[in-house]
Design a protein around this ligand. Structure first.
Ligand code: C5P
Length: 234
């Protein structure tokens, strides 16, 4: 059984809008509903759990999630992303084998990418969708002084979904809570326990809508994906 946890409990401070970015609209629909749709219509996904801010769980349950068939439940998130993920993992059916953890603000993930990462996770247990970086990356100290320039050929930007055997990631989250370990993505938690974690190629279109300019880029990507779908259907 393949399950998805979609986290959408952030406040979206960097967007500077009055509502969290996952509820902003692209072509008349909230970003989060596009994201849920990708997983709901994937033939490789059996069950979805959505995590959102406590004050929006009823809205997500009764409005955003209603058109979808595979949403098992909508649960409240926590102060940090990792708290939200843990709440989502805890709400999954215990017969889940592979879990995909995905940002609610990445609506442009494709069915092909979902299938690819599930196949690789069956083989390796821990996988991250990502792309090679295009820019040279500098590692700086907190004062902005460049310390070193890592070899660009070895650098990838991590995206979501990140996918894991359910037992491995649940245990990794419990361990991180016990150790007070802070993370910005889920694969950090399996890496630190020594699990081999495999990078799976995603796409540069799988952006995380974070700042206002991402809304314009997102509108273009949405247009292109709609055209591609029309061509496939026709
Ligand atoms: O903050 P960041 O850009 O890393 O957020 C990535 C995703 O994690 C977003 O979809 C956001 O809603 C979610 N998130 C969450 N709970 C938090 C913080 C972020 O579900 N406390």
């Amino acid at each position: 059984m393949n399950c998805a946890v979609i986290v959408a409990a952030g406040s979206g401070k960097r967007m500077g809008a009055s509502i969290p970015k996952q509820f902003l609209e692209l072509d008349g629909r909230p970003i989060l509903s596009y994201t849920i749709e990708k997983f709901d219509t994937s033939e490789d996904i059996d069950e979805i759990v959505i995590v959102t801010n406590a004050e929006n769980t009823e809205y997500v349950k009764n409005v955003i999630a209603t058109p979808f068939k595979k949403v098992k439940t909508v649960v409240a998130g926590g102060a940090e992303r990792s708290n939200s993920v843990f709440n989502g993992l805890s709400a999954l059916d215990k017969s889940c084998d592979t879990v995909l953890i995905h940002d609610g603000v990445r609506p442009f993930v494709t069915h092909e990418q979902i299938k690819r990462i599930i196949d690789k996770t069956r083989e390796y247990g821990c996988c991250v969708l990502g792309m090679p970086v295009k820019d040279t990356i500098k590692l700086c100290d907190s004062g902005g002084i460049v310390q070193t320039t890592p070899d660009r050929n070895l650098l990838w930007q991590a995206q979501t979904p990140q996918a894991f055997s359910y037992d491995i990631i649940l245990n990794a989250h419990k361990q991180a809570i016990a150790d007070g370990f802070q993370c910005t993505d889920d694969s950090m938690l399996t890496e630190r326990l020594g699990h081999k974690t495999v990078m799976v190629e995603g796409s540069y279109e799988n952006i995380k809508i974070t700042t206002p300019e991402d809304m314009d880029i997102g509108a273009k990507i949405l247009e292109r994906q709609k055209l591609q779908n029309k061509r496939k259907e026709g």
